[in-house]
Ligand binder design. Structure first.
Ligand SMILES: Cc1ncc(COP(=O)(O)O)c(C=O)c1O
Length: 374
C-alpha cells in the first residue's frame, strides 16, 4: 500500500515558487560546490579529479563509510550503509525491514513524516507519545514504556527534534534505549540534526554506539549544509537489520552517486569547520528569534529550542495558524510551516534557524504584524 501523501512536501511544493524567505527551512544555507572543493585535502582532491562515473559500491565508498564511522566509536565502517536518497531512504528501508502487518511501532510526537507515515502503509499500527510542551518538550520515558505492546517492533525517536528542538539528557537517552532494548523493541534513532547542539557537552552518544540493538540514521543535509548531495546512511551493530535493509536497498537505489560520495567524504573530513559554520549561523539566528518573538508576547508563545535549528512557537492570535501562514506568504513572501502538517492542533508553526537571511524575514513579519495592528 502507498503511504498517505507527505504533507510537508505538498506544502513546500505549493509555495516554493512564491517564497523569498524560507523562515521554516530545516537546513542551513547550502554550501557551494566551489566552497566545498576548497576544503578537499590532497587525498580527496585526487579522488575528485580522477573520479570515474560508474556504479559505486552498494554499501558505500569504503573511505566514506570510514569517515562516517569515525563519528561512532563503537560501530565499525562495515556496519555503516550509505544511502543515495538521504535519510528518507534510510528511514524507508528501516520501516520496511522492521514492520509488517499486525506489528506496532511507537513514535515520539510530533514527528517528521517518514517516522510515522510509512508504518500504516505496511499494515502496522502506530502510537505517538507526545513531548511535553509545558515542560521544555520533555519526553516522558514512562509514557513510552506504557505505549509498548506485545507486538511493538520499533521505537522511532528523533533528537535534536524536528520541529521542537527537544533534546533529552544523556541519562534519559540511555534509559530510553535500555528500556526499549530490554523490551525487544528496536530503536530507530533519527540523528540528522546531531552536532547542531549549542554546547558540545549536549551532543548525545549515537544510538548505535549506546546499544548494539539500535540503529542510527544520519545525513549530509543538515549539520553539513549539503542536502543536494542526497547522501544519508544508517549504522547498526545488529547484523540482521543491516542484511535485510541492504537487500531492500538493492531494489531502491542500488548504490550512491559517485560525485556525491566523494563530496560527502570531503565534507566529513572538514567536520569541525562545517559544524562551526552551521552553529554560527544558527546561534546568530537564535538571538534574532529571541528578540523578535520576545517583542510580541501577546502574539506568540516562544520557547527556545534546546538544540538543532528548529523551533515550534505557538500563535496566540484567534486565527487558525494555516490562515496566518497563508496571509504572511501572500503579503510578504515569508514562509512559515504550520503545525497542521505535523498533525498538531494547537496553532503552532515551525521556524528554521539555519538561513542567514532570517533577520530580513523577521523584518517582513514585523511589517505584516504592524499592518494588522499587532
Ligand atoms: C527528522 C528528519 N529526519 C529525516 C529528514 C530527511 O532528510 P533528507 O531529506 O535530507 O533525507 C529530515 C528532513 O527534514 C528530518 O527533519
Amino acid at each position: 500500500m502507498i503511504p498517505n501523501p507527505c504533507k510537508i512536501e505538498g506544502f513546500f511544493g505549493r509555495w516554493d515558487p512564491e517564497v523569498e524567505y524560507f523562515a521554516c527551512a530545516s537546513d542551513v544555507d547550502p554550501l557551494s560546490l566551489r566552497d566545498l572543493l576548497e576544503l578537499a585535502d590532497a587525498d580527496t582532491r585526487a579522488l575528485w579529479n580522477g573520479l570515474e562515473l560508474g556504479y559505486t559500491e552498494t554499501t558505500g565508498h569504503p573511505l566514506l563509510r570510514e569517515a562516517i564511522a569515525d563519528q561512532y566509536p563503537e560501530t565499525a565502517a562495515t556496519e555503516v550503509t550509505v544511502c543515495a536518497g538521504g535519510a528518507v531512504e534510510a528511514l524507508f528501508l528501516l520501516a520496511h525491514t522492521l514492520l509488517g502487518p499486525g506489528d506496532h511501532a511507537v513514535v515520539v510526537w510530533p514527528a517528521f513524516e517518514s517516522l510515522h507515515r510509512i508504518a500504516p502503509s505496511l499494515g502496522a499500527t502506530i502510537t505517538g507519545v507526545e513531548l511535553d510542551a509545558d515542560n521544555g518538550w520533555r519526553l516522558d520515558i514512562d509514557a513510552v514504556r506504557k505505549a509498548l505492546q506485545p507486538n511493538t517492533r520499533a521505537l522511532f525517536v528523533n533528537f535534536p527534534h524536528n520541529p521542537t528542538g527537544a533534546l533529552p539528557s544523556h541519562a534519559e537517552f540511555a534509559e530510553l534505549l535500555a528500556m526499549a532494548g530490554d523490551a525487544g523493541v528496536t530503536v530507530v534513532s533519527d540523528e540528522v540534526y546531531r552536532h547542531l547542539e549549542y554546547d558540545d557537552a549536549d551532543t548525545l552518544p549515537a544510538a548505535c554506539d549506546l546499544d548494539e540493538r539500535a540503529v542510527s540514521v544520519g545525513v549530509m543535509s543538515k549539520a553539513y549544509a549539503l542536502a543536494g548531495l542526497r547522501i544519508g546512511w544508517f549504522a547498526t551493530r545488529n547484523p540482521a537489520i543491516t542484511a535485510t535493509a541492504r537487500t531492500l536497498k538493492d531494489y531502491t537505489t542500488v548504490c550512491s552517486s559517485a560525485p556525491a560520495e566523494i563530496l560527502s567524504l570531503i565534507a566529513l573530513r572538514a567536520h569541525d569547520h562545517l559544524i562551526e559554520r552551521s552553529r554560527t549561523i544558527i546561534k546568530a539566528n537564535l538571538a534574532h528569534a529571541e528578540s523578535f518573538f520576545g517583542s510580541h508576547p501577546d502574539t506568540f508563545a516562544w520557547a527556545a529550542p534546546a538544540a538543532g535549528m528548529l523551533a515550534f512557537p505557538r500563535l496566540l492570535l484567534p486565527v487558525p495558524v494555516e490562515d496566518f501562514v497563508t496571509d504572511l506568504v501572500r503579503d510578504q513572501r515569508v514562509l512559515l510551516l504550520p503545525g497542521t502538517v505535523f498533525d498538531t492542533t494547537d496553532n503552532r508553526f515551525r521556524v528554521g534557524l539555519g538561513r542567514s537571511a532570517l533577520p530580513q524575514a523577521f523584518e517582513r513579519m514585523e511589517e505584516f504584524l504592524t499592518a494588522r495592528g499587532h
